[in-house]
Design a protein around this ligand. Structure first.
Ligand code: SPV
Ligand code: MN
Length: 596
């Protein structure tokens, strides 16, 4: 079933492990055809065409744009069916879904038998992190979904040549995905959705799903493998954006930032006037006393809700211009134009195609609630080469030097908009104690305050105490220790209204950049350093042309000691039964006694 050209491409790799894996999964999944894709533009163009021919994607009116629907039950990451396979139990210190390895492998292999019948298996090679770099991890992907193969092409660096050139050909992550049977282009056997991550062999098996957070192995599934690998090798893999912040006099400082899903991470990475290196996942390593980081990806799988000309101008412009973009789970008008929640563009009165079927304004769900124009977790997939704000260092094999780390969360009543940690260790405490109200990025109830250490809890594949120890240790032997900040874009006033405009985040980040270089004094409080009104006032005037009043400042930056105390008491409880490092305990106790 493999054509001559594909067979030749496989052979040219001269890689017994690749050949054996392809062979084994062809036997198991029984595709009708096998197509091997190299790094050539023609091969990649072909994948895009097949995604359309197969009905997983459809062209839109704008050149290069396509749309895709996931099924109504496949709109977000399925945490329940995402399992870490373990040969022996591990006490992670937090709730995570695991499964006995041999049981999991045998179950998934049964479910995968003949799963690609009548379909084509695409064999793709990628590179996580820049190619030709100490950060690079090779990835072999088998999938029967041209949508997945196409998405990965927008999101990841091509890796066929990297496999060919590599001096460690056997060393790669391995992914098998099958959407299983499709009905009208979406997954039929959603009840048999399984996402299994095998840390022992650094492999992932994911079936009966299409939502990219579940299906695109190279995203959060590879990320879990990378976290485990980083732990063994002494570097960090983090759920962080990477941003080049442009300070005064052409000064550039690179910031990494961890925010839970759907809490402003991508829009921080796209703050106007700055340069994005990445919006979701980084690898970080130390070199000559400095932390360097790279974007593992080279594209954005971003939430489209509230992307509009005013709040997210860079991405809005890209989404409304020609170029290769996949829209998922948005409304499609009869003129083949996409509409989404919070775009500030009215959808057509006659409605259009929707992930739930045909949709008209005012349609109600089973609970008589209006069905929104697009799913709250509807997304766009775009390669960073199509964005005007991409940092020139994106593909640098050396990575970029880190000046600061930012932690964010969705917090309506406690945290000030921006705060600087007292030290690296205090920063680790603040990262470990990120709390956030749940969002539509995962299946389940929204708006519940949950503890999400380093915004990474869904992905951590080692005990939390060790993960925190790794963070504490990472600052050892550095001659440039990054400053740590916490931001909160979601503070509300007594009337339940947000106290800030979306673009205010630019000011918090520019203030933080100034602090890195000693440009501003700050006020020491019990919870960290906060900005002075006069400095913010200048920044607001210069960068947003806004008068930032003392009254606004006081509302936003007053330290809600009662709420903060409650937060830190919650954290004391959350960590009570975990054997955390002493340095962490000391920071936690010190924080509590300062507040008390
Ligand atoms: C997230 O939910 O954090 C994402 C999207 O970045 S995905 O993990 O791919 O679902
Ligand atoms: Mn993410």
């Amino acid at each position: 079933m493999i054509d001559e050209k594909s067979a030749a491409l496989l052979k040219a790799l001269n890689n017994p492990r690749v050949e054996a894996l392809v062979d084994a999964y062809v036997q198991l999944c029984a595709p009708a055809k096998v197509v091997v894709i190299d790094d050539s533009p023609e091969a990649v163009r072909h994948i895009r065409e097949i995604a359309i021919e197969s009905g997983e994607e459809h062209p839109l009116a704008m050149k290069g744009h396509t749309y895709h629907f996931d099924g109504p039950k496949d709109q977000a990451r399925d945490k329940e069916h995402t399992r870490i396979l373990l040969s022996k139990p591990i006490d992670f210190g937090f709730q995570t879904e695991t499964l006995d390895r041999s049981e999991g492998i045998s179950e998934i292999k049964d479910l995968m038998r003949n799963i690609m019948r009548d379909k084509t298996m695409y064999v793709r090679f990628f590179c996580l992190g820049p190619t030709n770099s100490e950060f690079a991890i090779k990835a072999l992907q088998l999938t029967d979904s041209a949508y997945v193969a196409h998405s990965e092409d927008l999101l990841y660096r091509r890796g066929y040549e990297e496999f060919k050139r590599s001096s460690s050909p056997e060393d790669f992550f391995f992914f098998v995905h099958s959407a299983g049977e499709l009905e009208n282009g979406v997954v039929k056997n959603i009840d048999k959705r399984r996402i299994y991550i095998d840390l022992d062999e650094e492999s992932v098996f994911t079936i009966n799903n299409q939502y990219a957070g579940n299906s695109v192995g190279l995203k959060k599934l590879a990320f879990r493998l990378a976290i485990a690998r980083a732990h063994k090798a002494g570097w960090l893999a983090e759920h962080m954006f990477l941003l080049g912040v442009n300070g005064p006099n052409a000064r550039k400082s690179y910031f990494a930032g961890a925010f839970p899903s759907a809490c402003g991470k991508t829009s921080t990475a796209m703050i106007p006037g700055q340069n994005m290196v990445g919006d979701d996942i980084i690898y970080a390593k130390k070199r000559d006393g400095v932390i360097y980081a790279v974007n593992v990806e080279k594209g954005v799988f971003g939430i489209i809700e509230n992307v509009n000309a005013e709040d997210d101008p860079a991405i809005f412009k890209a989404l409304t211009s020609e170029g290769e973009i996949i829209f998922s789970n948005v409304l499609i008008s009869k003129d083949k134009v996409p509409y989404w929640l919070g775009s500030q563009v009215e959808p057509p009165a006659e409605g259009g195609l929707h992930y739930t079927g045909y949709w008209k304004p005012g349609d109600l769900d089973a609970n008589a609630k209006p069905i929104p124009v697009s799913h709250k977790n509807a997304r766009y997939t775009v390669g960073m080469e199509s964005l005007p704000n991409t940092d020139p260092m994106l593909h640098s094999p050396e990575g970029v030097p880190l000046s600061a780390i930012v932690y964010g969360g969705r917090d309506s009543d406690t945290s000030v908009p921006v705060l600087e940690a007292f030290s690296w260790e205090h920063g680790v405490l603040l990262g470990a104690c990120v709390e956030s109200e749940t969002t539509a990025a995962t299946l389940g109830k929204e708006g519940v305050r949950v503890h999400n250490p380093f915004a990474n809890l869904d992905f951590i594949t080692l005990p939390l105490a060790k993960y925190v120890q790794n963070h504490l240790d990472f600052a050892k032997d550095l001659h440039q220790i990054p400053k740590v900040f916490v931001t909160n874009y979601f503070l509300k006033n007594e009337a339940g209204k947000f106290t800030n405009h979306k673009l205010d985040k630019k000011i918090w980040i520019l203030w933080a950049e100034g602090r890195v270089h000693g440009d501003y004094d700050a006020i020491e409080t019990s919870v960290g350093f906060i900005p002075k009104h006069e400095d913010l006032k200048k920044l607001f005037l210069e960068h947003l042309n806004k008068d930032y009043s003392l009254k606004d400042y006081e509302t936003q930056f007053k330290i809600r000691s009662d709420k903060y105390l409650q937060k830190w008491q919650r954290m004391q409880k959350a960590f009570a039964d975990i054997a955390m490092p002493k340095a962490f305990r000391d920071e936690l106790n010190a924080q509590l006694s300062r507040l008390t």
